[in-house]
Design a protein around this ligand. Structure first.
Ligand SMILES: Cc1ncc(C[n+]2csc(CCOP(=O)(O)OP(=O)(O)O)c2C)c(N)n1
Ligand code: SF4
Length: 767
């Protein structure tokens, strides 16, 4: 809907102001005006910015929302659910696989009737991994029992967010509401947007949260939430929910009129453009539905009676409105930005056909086209092509191809990716210069490695030419580790910088076999590969392969992957599969824009732990992942750093022996991320070295449960104050200022406590 600012400002009864912001900014802006009690969140592109903007505003004292960084989206949805049962106004934002990961929680939220608002910033779901905008995540939402409001532009994101809460809390609805906008198209494009000028006006519009509904904190009225419910009650529960869902259409219609009266901005259930006398029409949702309006105007100039339909609400599905809008239309092309594979069309086209059938319309011809997948752009000429299908159907009196994709290409076999890298030679990978022998008496391994220069001939397992930032420590760290690994590997990379910068179809920087699965599921996936290896070997099925030795199976993950993937990693450890989990810790979720991870240390600045008058960086201490993994009693746990190369290569050799002979190994290496640590590109190794010398990142191993500090800066007289390390990075510079002294002291105390605990373990066989 084109916005006539003058007209609309003139129509608004309540003072408005104009800003120039993106969809994500507007979602955050609306949330901060509402001042929700709690937001549970987990980063994923393109929705992450919503939490980032809110954190920034919080840092400046603009709202009081408690922002809870969860361990994954399942966790974030759980936080939100809990808070909503406890009488909170609750908010969340996610996208794509994040949404799929929390999907299980969605029907619980709606089925137990606890209102909340979530923004789905729509994006393609894996696999393969594509971070751009389509509606494949949104279509999973259709059966969750949440009303769904659609946003075609940043203005709609703001307005729908305000109306969504009122709809969710309406006593006749009481359902969580999803606000859907298009990833990148809307989330990241700035537009002129009108907002309520005053927060009080937003509050007056939304009103107080209705009283008298279940509240887990009401001690006068204890309640049972989520009881085990058998038939016949379950079907009744569903029926009531179904009634509430249909009611939501009527309630939304009332709310939007009230909103239009105050602001001059109206969101009828269907946005109809020149449909009064349209003979051909196109149905599209969200951002593409704006472009099609220009096409309609152009066709009208040619004398073609064209019109466009875009829904502002798709749950409940506006069946009657659609049937009404199409009753005189001869042919309509329905564009679905996601397929319902095997369903002979996407979800929208099939629901539209059902609407026509239900209302006795057998005349309107319907053409289904799946378009714009993976964020494929939709231009004016595409709009013309979609209309062409409808116009041709009218001319011929029939639809030639009821269902097809639009915009796909057959590809050119001549351009099929060729193998550019030959497999590495086993002889080069297996230098024979590293020896590992078990010591029967101590139960430990004796390792001998040659001077490092003798290992330089060993081929790099990752080809140069990847797209990491200058000075990134990931690849120097990984390559150093791989110097200690002999023979062939199979590597699995979690989603993160190391994965993203080394593969981009049709290219790959991996010279050995490489697998990427979901962000959180690497340990489970690699367990499957490992067990398949041993089973096929046992059955003699690998005999014909040129396998000179056993593979070493290595999973590479960031610290973020060890947050969301902690459960599968612990599962794999407890099952003790023969594999290595190597975590490169860059102290944050760097690939998605430097959000805090649980390994981010106290006080460090990230995009979700900003520094300002109300907040001085991250508010809680870093996760001790090595100790958590040691508690699973796997054969070998270690920490390492490229600043101490001999130490790391030795540990890699040990890791390989244990992973081939005994079971699971976990290792953590601290690596530099100059881009987000705000540090000098060439200083990475020195900075991680300082982290070791300050005892923030001690180098040690836990072998069969026995702790051994492999480098003790105190004994070497090299220990430095923590602040000397912190001074080396822009992200921690503020910690030396007096206003953040408390945070620094707390950090110093915790580092010292953990170091002393480690020393005690080093001294004892049993700690
Ligand atoms: C279920 C799910 N949630 C969120 C994401 C988005 N995501 C991809 S990589 C990443 C951060 C990775 O952080 P880390 O493991 O520390 O690796 P780094 O990017 O720092 O290399 C996030 C949040 C996702 N892909 N899947
Ligand atoms: S963002 Fe950091 S970790 Fe990621 S590639 Fe750049 S320097 Fe490396």
């Amino acid at each position: 809907m084109a916005i006539d600012i003058k007209k609309e400002l003139g129509q608004a009864k309540i003072e408005q102001r104009i800003v120039y912001e993106s969809g994500n900014e507007m979602a955050a802006y609306a949330a901060h005006q509402i001042n929700y009690h709690i937001m549970g969140y987990f980063p994923i592109s393109p929705s992450t910015e919503v939490a980032q903007f809110l954190d920034l505003m919080k840092t400046n004292g603009q709202h009081d929302i408690v922002l809870i960084p969860a361990d994954g989206e399942h966790g974030s949805a759980g936080v939100c659910y809990g808070a909503s049962t406890a009488g909170g106004r609750v908010f969340n934002a996610t996208s794509a696989n994040g949404y799929l990961y929390m999907l299980e929680q969605m029907p619980v939220q709606s089925g137990t009737r606890f209102p909340m608002v979530m923004n789905l910033v729509c994006r393609s779901v894996s696999g393969p991994l594509d971070i751009h905008g389509d509606h494949s995540d949104l279509y999973y939402a259709l059966n969750t029992g949440w009303p769904i409001l659609m946003c075609r532009d940043p203005q709609a994101v703001y307005d729908m967010n305000i109306m969504a809460l009122k709809l969710a809390e309406d006593p006749e609805v009481r359902l969580p509401v999803l606000v859907a906008s298009d990833g990148y198209f809307t989330s990241h494009q700035k537009r002129r947007v009108q907002t309520f000028a005053k927060r009080e006006d937003v509050h007056a519009f939304i009103g107080q949260a209705p009283k008298g509904f279940p509240d887990t904190l009401d001690r006068e009225h204890p309640i049972t939430v989520g009881p085990y419910m058998n038939e016949p009650d379950y079907i009744n529960n569903c029926y009531q929910q179904s009634m509430a869902m249909y009611k939501a259409e009527e309630v939304f219609d009332r709310i939007r009129k009230e909103y239009a009266d105050l602001t001059g901005r109206d969101y009828p259930i269907l946005d109809l453009y020149r449909m009064e006398d349209a003979e051909v029409a196109v149905f599209l949702m969200n951002s593409a539905s704006e472009i099609i309006k220009d096409v309609v105007d152009q066709l009208r100039e040619q004398g073609i009676k064209a019109g466009a339909i875009a829904p502002n609400m798709i749950r409940p599905f506006p069946q009657k409105h659609i049937a009404e809008a199409l009753k005189n239309v001869k042919a309509v092309t329905v564009g679905d930005r996601a397929d319902s594979y095997g369903g002979h069309g996407g979800n929208m086209v099939n629901e539209i056909k059902a609407a026509l059938f239900t209302y006795g319309n057998a005349d309107t011809m319907v053409i289904s086209r799946v378009y714009g997948l993976g964020g494929k752009d939709f231009y004016n000429e595409d709009g013309h092509n979609l209309f062409k299908f409808a116009i041709e159907a009218v001319e011929k009196g029939r639809v030639e191809k009821p269902f097809d994709y639009y915009g796909h290409t057959p590809g050119d076999p001549a351009k099929a990716p060729q193998r550019v890298l030959n497999p590495m030679k086993y002889e080069d990978l297996n230098t024979g210069l590293i020896t590992v022998t078990p010591d029967e008496e101590s139960g430990k391994l004796n390792v001998r490695i040659p001077p490092l220069r003798n290992l330089t001939k060993k081929p790099k397992r990752i080809a140069p030419g990847h797209g990491a930032c200058p000075g990134c420590g990931i690849f120097s760290g990984l390559e150093l580790f791989f110097k200690g690994i002999e023979g062939d590997i199979v590597a699995l990379f979690h989603t993160g910088c190391a994965m993203v910068v080394t593969t981009g179809y049709p290219y790959s920087a991996h010279k050995a076999t490489y697998i990427h699965n979901l962000f959180q599921n690497g340990a489970a996936t690699l367990s499957g590969v490992v067990e398949m290896f041993w089973e096929r070997k046992r059955r003699g099925e690998l005999d014909e392969l040129n396998l000179k030795d056993d593979f070493t199976f290595v999973m590479i993950t960031g610290d973020g992957g060890m947050d969301i993937g902690m459960g599968p990693a612990i599962g794999a450890a407890l099952r003790n599969h023969k594999m290595i989990i190597l975590e490169y810790d860059n102290e944050g979720y760097m690939n998605t824009g430097a959000q805090l991870s649980y390994s981010t240390p106290m006080g460090h600045r990230t995009s979700t732990s900003n520094v300002g008058k109300q907040q001085g960086g991250k508010m809680f201490h870093h996760k001790d992942t090595a100790q958590i993994m040691a508690a699973t009693h796997i054969p070998y746990v270690f920490t390492g750093s490229e600043a101490y190369p001999q130490d790391l290569v030795k540990k890699a050799a040990k890791a390989q022996w244990y992973a081939q002979n005994e079971g699971l190994v976990y290792g953590k290496i601290l690596i530099a991320c100059p881009l987000n640590w705000l540090s000098e590109d060439q200083e990475g190794s020195n900075i991680v070295g300082a982290a070791v010398d300050s005892c923030f990142f001690p180098l040690y191993e836990v072998e069969h449960g026995v702790t051994n500090i492999t480098y003790n800066p105190e004994e070497k007289n090299k220990k430095i104050p923590l602040s000397d390390w912190l001074k080396t990075m822009g992200k921690t510079k503020h910690l030396t200022k007096p206003e953040y002294a408390k945070s620094l002291q707390s950090f110093e105390k915790e580092v010292e406590r953990r170091w002393n605990m480690l020393k005690a373990k080093h001294e004892s066989l049993y700690l």
